[in-house]
Design a protein around this ligand. Structure first.
Ligand SMILES: NC(=O)c1ccc[n+]([C@@H]2O[C@H](COP(=O)([O-])OP(=O)(O)OC[C@H]3O[C@@H](n4cnc5c(N)ncnc54)[C@H](O)[C@@H]3O)[C@@H](O)[C@H]2O)c1
Length: 348
């Protein structure tokens, strides 16, 4: 196999940055896309020949090797099951599913069908975080002690992400799942305890009363080795998406800023088209991203997944279907803890 032929499910935000990554990879080609809107614009922009509204039709095609799942969270289960039934390899965006039962069924069925399920945790490929891991491996901060990490912004562009029944939760499920997945990878071990706190959804939310999921959520995870990590996701942060990781060691510390660390500082009176994700103005001082999709890890992540298919290799720890399942388990344990006020124990 020289090229992986991709069937894209979804045609908007995530499908767009996936297509951008494939356009940079001569060994990847989107042959068809299934979605319920934006098909004409998407197919024109990315040169995709065939469009359709039914993802089942896409999964059946002989000219598709891999199904890329870029639809709202509640649909991940059905698309993954259909793709696996048709023996296609699968890339699934985060979170893997909206319930533990769905996620487990997906992981088990994919295994039975003998296809690959690759979980889209892009932070594991963010160049700044990989450089931080290199420094840690060199001994730069001594023994790692604890981590604080967050993804926060001013609210989701996707109406599906704003409603619990489509999202599986609120900002903890939709945003904090990134730091949770990354810290698991960084520590290379399982979480064994979680405590969670959330704003509560609807009228209980701090700002987005029309979101049924929480607009602020945080959890403290304890890992097998006894180390802790604090992970946060919120929709109450104005001024652009803020993705940060602080890693504390016995001999040093690392502060990593994925979204506000552009080498360009711009001062503009009239403003311009785009600076970084979720900014509502580009006037006055901003830090316009140079290559946002690469900085967030999408480009290298999708190249890695395509290589896994071409070389017939299994994805590494952190981005396997099982890791996606573990992240869903952790988020749902955090919700349970937020509700009961108790620590939830497990092995995820
Ligand atoms: N890794 C990341 O940083 C990141 C960033 C954004 C979104 N995501 C994930 O990507 C996924 C999609 O999010 P988005 O922001 O692109 O959402 P979106 O609302 O922008 O787009 C949703 C897409 O799903 C399609 N769709 C909806 N119902 C469908 C159906 N029944 N059949 C086929 N297509 C259908 C729509 O046509 C649309 O193209 C979500 O799971 C989200 O969590 C990940």
């Amino acid at each position: 196999m020289e090229k992986v032929r991709i069937g894209m499910v979804g045609s908007k935000f995530a499908a767009d940055f996936h297509a951008d990554s494939y356009a940079r990879n001569p060994q990847a080609e989107i042959v068809a896309v299934a979605a319920i809107d934006n098909l004409e614009e998407y197919s024109k922009k990315w040169g995709v020949k065939d469009t359709m509204t039914d993802f089942k039709e896409l999964c059946k095609r002989d000219d598709v090797d891999l199904i890329d799942v870029c639809v709202p969270n509640f649909l991940h289960h059905d698309v993954v099951m259909e793709a696996a039934a048709n023996r296609k390899h699968i890339i699934c965006e985060k979170p893997l599913a909206t319930t533990v039962e769905d996620a487990r069924e997906m992981v088990d069925f994919v295994k039975k069908q003998g296809v690959k399920l690759m979980y889209g945790e892009d932070w594991i490929f963010a160049p700044a975080l990989l450089r931080a891991i290199e420094l840690i491996n060199e001994g730069a901060i001594g023994k790692m002690l604890w981590v604080k990490a967050k993804e926060v912004h001013n609210g989701s562009h996707s109406p599906f992400a704003q409603q619990k029944k489509y999202c599986g939760g609120g900002s903890l499920m939709h945003l904090a799942v990134h730091p949770i997945g990354f810290v698991r990878y960084l520590f290379g071990e399982k979480a064994v305890e979680v405590n969670g706190w959330v704003s509560g959804g609807g009228e209980k939310n701090y700002y987005h009363k029309n979101y049924t999921g929480e607009d602020w959520g945080a959890c403290m995870l304890k890992f097998e080795s006894g180390r802790y990590a604090f992970c946060e996701g919120n929709y109450i942060t104005v001024g652009g998406m803020d993705d940060r990781v602080e890693i504390y060691g016995e001999e040093g510390r690392l502060n990593i800023d994925l979204t506000f660390s552009s080498p360009i500082q711009a001062y503009s009176r009239p403003g311009f088209e785009y600076a970084i994700e979720k900014t509502d103005t580009t006037r006055h001082w901003t830090w316009p991203a140079v290559d946002e999709f690469a900085n967030l890890g999408y480009v290298d992540q999708l190249r890695y997944f395509i290589d896994c298919v071409l070389k017939d290799e299994d994805p590494m720890f952190g981005i396997r279907g099982e890791d996606g399942l573990a992240c869903v388990e952790i988020v749902l344990a955090a919700y349970e803890s937020a509700e009961t006020g108790k620590t939830v124990k497990g092995s995820w």
